[in-house]
Design a protein around this ligand. Structure first.
Ligand code: OOG
Ligand code: NI
Length: 475
């Protein structure tokens, strides 16, 4: 088969994200309401802020806005994680970043599977935050054995999807027909099952250890636990959620509201209590007398994305966020939400809030785009110019080139922990001892995770090069 007849990974990812969204809307109708709310708010924002609309057009984000979402799953074993990596690779999604959530009391470590180059991202920015349960953090040895045994008994992938993954790897692609079949088969892994493969007794023991452990070990597979559309005004969505019957979590995670959004702000509606039927282990099995129960795991989330930060910008963000949290003294919650926002805003006053300063101080990543080369007396004969920050700033001031923010495509560990926690029935432990273990994670994954900062750096460098090439052509 020639390469031309393969379905592109970007198309497979796009189809998959649409199918996933349709499935989740059918499973969790409130998520459909959230998508409608976000669409309404985005339409209003774009109408009211033509400058923002123009900016999104120049960065290629306008087309992807309505299809933009991320999801999250949790897996239980190294074998599951490594097959998940191979499954996502069929869709052009690769592991980026390492997130250690144990210090925040969530017994997982995670990565995000996503497209990595700017062109693929603009075709479909779908990402999946993927967590591996850390059974090594369970203290109760007997329970740990039961959990390991339960996980060993389950198979979260269909036989057909595994065959399709193998054939993708062998041939370097899938035909259109095989690609469509892949989408349908891969979706099965993320489906919700209300009948569990464990007894109520085991489920409750797992739950007592941690809600997350019950959510992973107690189920047939890694049901998608939320999907997250992207909004242009998260404060407005947060305000309107209650009125649409979507109970919002107490606070918006991440940086405060700003003129120039940075990184990522997130909020969610709280997880539903859902009826489940446990595996019957009673002597009178076979009479359909399943024990009933409730499980809380699935929710809806929204996010507002801003400019990606350089290591220097990120260090400042981390410092200011931790200053604000220390000043509050406790984990932000319903009772102290407005006090927390006040502290957060005051603390972040130290973070420059215009793109020119973010650029000149090297705090954020930008695309460079050609504007007008006609009335410059500058000689743009060599790419050496690109080496000199002051030369670039001069060109920006003379309106020869302009900067546009490179959007942050990743996640934030403190925010992620807040999202996890607000959707668990109770969180007993405030932090786990035990070192961050990226090596263990990568061993389970079967590869290294990519460094997100290197990806932004190279996108920025590439755009500078393209910009100079374009200017030289018109010079
Ligand atoms: C993942 C929570 C983290 C985010 O957007 O930061 C997350 C989970 O609940 O499995 O989705
Ligand atoms: Ni999320």
């Amino acid at each position: 088969m020639s390469n031309n007849s393969f379905m592109s990974s970007d198309d497979i990812r796009h189809e998959f994200s649409m199918a996933m969204s349709a499935m989740y809307q059918a499973e969790v109708p409130l998520y459909g309401d959230l998508v409608d709310l976000v669409t309404d708010v985005n339409t209003e924002v774009l109408a009211a802020q033509p400058d923002l609309k123009a900016q999104l057009e120049r960065t290629g984000e306008m087309n992807r806005l309505s299809m933009e979402r991320h999801g999250a799953i949790r897996v239980g074993t190294a074998a599951e994680l490594s097959m998940m990596r191979r499954l996502f690779a069929v869709m052009g999604m690769y592991p980026v970043g390492y997130y250690d959530l144990a210090p925040a009391g969530v017994p997982v470590h995670s990565t995000a599977f996503r497209a990595i180059d700017a062109e693929s991202l603009s075709k479909s920015p779908f990402r999946v935050f993927t967590s591996l349960l850390r059974l090594d953090l369970i203290g109760d040895e007997a329970l740990k054995e039961d959990a390991v045994a339960a996980l060993a008994r389950r198979n979260i992938f269909t036989n057909t999807v595994i065959e399709l993954i193998e054939s993708f790897e062998a041939q370097g692609g899938l035909s259109e027909q095989a690609g469509q079949q892949f989408v349908a088969e891969a979706l099965e892994t993320f489906r919700w099952h209300d009948n569990t493969p464990v007894s109520k007794k085991l489920y409750e023991k797992l739950l007592q250890q941690h809600g997350l452990i019950a959510d992973v070990v107690g189920f047939k597979g890694p049901h998608i636990n939320h999907l997250t559309p992207r909004t242009l005004d998260i404060d407005s969505v947060q305000r309107s959620m209650q009125a649409r019957g979507l109970p919002p979590k107490a606070i918006i995670e991440g940086p405060p509201k700003r003129n120039c959004p940075i990184l990522l702000r997130q909020t969610s509606f709280k997880a539903l209590e859902e009826a489940v039927r446990f595996k019957n282990t009673l002597a009178d099995a076979g009479q359909n007398s399943h024990e009933q129960g409730q499980h809380t795991a699935r929710f809806g989330e929204i996010e507002q994305r801003g400019v990606a930060l350089t290591p220097k910008g990120r260090a400042l963000y981390d410092k200011l966020l931790s200053d604000a949290r220390n000043q509050l003294g406790v984990t932000p919650n319903e009772a102290n939400a407005s006090q927390y926002y006040q502290i957060l805003e005051a603390t972040f006053a130290a973070f420059p809030d215009d793109y020119q300063t973010l650029h000149s101080k090297g705090l954020a990543y930008f695309y460079y785009q050609p504007v007008d080369n006609s009335n410059t007396d500058l000689q743009l004969t060599s790419l050496e110019m690109a080496e000199s920050k002051s030369a670039i700033i001069e060109l920006i001031e003379k309106n020869v080139i302009r900067i546009e923010p490179i959007v942050y495509e990743d996640f934030l560990p403190v925010s992620a922990a807040g999202i996890f926690q607000s959707n668990l029935r109770d969180d007993k432990q405030s932090s786990y001892e035990g070192n961050s273990n990226q090596q263990e994670f990568e061993k389970a994954l079967g590869t290294h995770v990519q460094d997100e900062l290197a990806l932004y750096e190279s996108t920025q460098a590439q755009s500078l090069q393209n910009c100079f090439v374009a200017l030289q052509k018109t010079a």
